[in-house]
Design a protein around this ligand. Sequence first.
Ligand code: ZN
Length: 259
Amino acid sequence: MRYNRIVAPVALAAALGVLAVDGTQAQTLRGSRGSVERMYGQAKRQDLTFYRTGRGVRSAAAEGELVRLRGNENYRVADASYPYALATTRTFVQRLAAQYRDECGEKLVITSATRPRSVRLRNSVAESVHPSGMAVDIRKPARARCLRWLRQTLLDVEGEGVIDATEEHHPPHFHVAVFPAQYGRYVAARSESGSSKRASSSRRSGGESSGRATYRVRQGDSLWTIARRHGVSVAKIKEANGMRSSNLSIGQRIVIPSR
Ligand SMILES: [Zn+2]
């Protein structure tokens, strides 16, 4: 069962104490009480408004506190009564969808976004973050390859500490809460490095002797995902690290060459 591919290595790594090294939580897409509390805690700490009614959602949208998910060439919104979300959540959807479209050749489908408290679903928890506009639900892709890519990518981004993603089964979807402050910083850092100026990259590294960043390998990483995440080629990473094979071990530090 494919689901086990994600869960089992994490349990193994945790048993070996590997994940404790950099203090991150074990990354899985299994929903849990802890994950619900983490999302809710973030929403509370960031002082997000939990909208109670559809009217509240619409007036927040009119005031620009929520933005509309309009869909584009990379994603569409299906069945969502209130296709609004926080601006950072929409940015997440747009970025993820662009990559998804590249990888899979199909649009990402968003099935839910802001859901006022008056529209609580039968199986949703009281601490759902949907009323805050922080979360979106993404339909599970039918094609195995696309599903695998989406799972892995959500795990990768979750590993950066900027979202919390869970895989839900009734109906099958991914629930993703995007932490506004953290995700905002994450995107800002990336667009800065996206401009790829040598001067700014050595300034950013704040006096380190080389302008090159290092990265600690996490569970689920491959050279390919790391390369993609940092916008460099696999070949360049191998070259910068003098690697002959593509094998990685969790916790290993590798140099990320500048582009
Ligand atoms: Zn959800």
